[in-house]
Design a protein. Sequence first.
Length: 425
Amino acid sequence: MGSFSEFEESHFESKTQELYFSGCIISTALSNLDSWMAPQKVSRSILQATDSTYIHSEPLGVVLIVGTWNFPVQLLLSPLIGALAAGNTILIKPSEMAAATEKLFVELFPKYFDERVIKVVTGGKEEMGEILKLRFDHIFFTGSTSVGRIVMKAAAENLTPVTLELGGKSPVIIDTDADLRTTAKRVTWGKLINNGQVCVTPDYVLLIGDSERRKEFTDECVKCVKELYGEDAQKSPDYGRIINESNFDRLSKIIDGTNGKILYGGRRDRSDKFIEPTIISVEPHDITLADELFGPILPVLTVPTLDDAIKYIRGREKPLVCYLFSNNKKTVEKVKQKTSSGTLTINDVIMHMTVETLPFGGVGHSGTGRYQGKTTFDTFSNKKSVYHRTSWFEWLLWMRYPPFTADKLKWMCRLILSSKIRLPF
């Protein structure tokens, strides 16, 4: 399987996260396509009582979908399925960093799809630059914020709408009433899926409490790492690898540059692209808290209060996801109201991605636009407003035509105020 060979990812994760999830997305589209395509009726006022008003979904036209390397199958097929369901013709570009998957797509797509409907293109930065010079009706990009800026700038030349699924540092707030054992297990699991190379992985922890509580939490994290991957994660068939040497070196530089205390891990093997699960106790301005980590490094920072955690998050770019572990309804409501993120997930991590009825996407630097399920279909559809008036009952429209009189004004005002009609000017 392509994605397995990219990371030496476990067969379990590769099959469930790439193949089975993609299969579910296809099944959902097939089961619901008729209802998605159906005209959407809208409410009318008394003046439109005899008229037909609805929203008609039509294809946008030719769209570009650019995949990424960390889930090279699912993160390309998911928008592709919605774009195809909406009736578009599609140019897809798999990530060149996931070479095995790219090769598979090049071989398989022409066998099963007319290339006038779905066309696969390959290449690196230079080829991508040429592709972006073309005019599309929509561009869907998954990748880094830095490349997202390039895509958005190129799209602006043709006023092409974009969906940008980017990343960012998704924080985990741990409230004072959270069960640390359960929290540690869920956070550790989510952090180490695909070796931490997931856009929605928990990036860092804001633990409300003191150093003793931090020690209790990090001790539980260490226990969980050993339970999940054994005493030596390098020997575990379930523990993946870093995608390439470049990203390995980037993560190694972060580990070497931290001023925090490495509580567990830190061991590396460049020849195997292996980085041990690494848990670090840090202070607010540590290098681990600068940019998105995208690797198996978990910085843990203590803050005195919930307000301090919220202040810290609000002082940074808006994250793709904000995770909160709390059993306090007021705390949940406060975090919901006082922070901005693409998604807020409470008492777990990553599982919101399994809910196809929840639109997924970022805000600000973490992305723009939404997809998943019907939302993907809507993203790739033009929602055409249709107003169909009968040619009958012309006598009912006497008020709108000149000459205007005091009686016409009186009747029009009554209609507007009683039925909340909006005039078309």
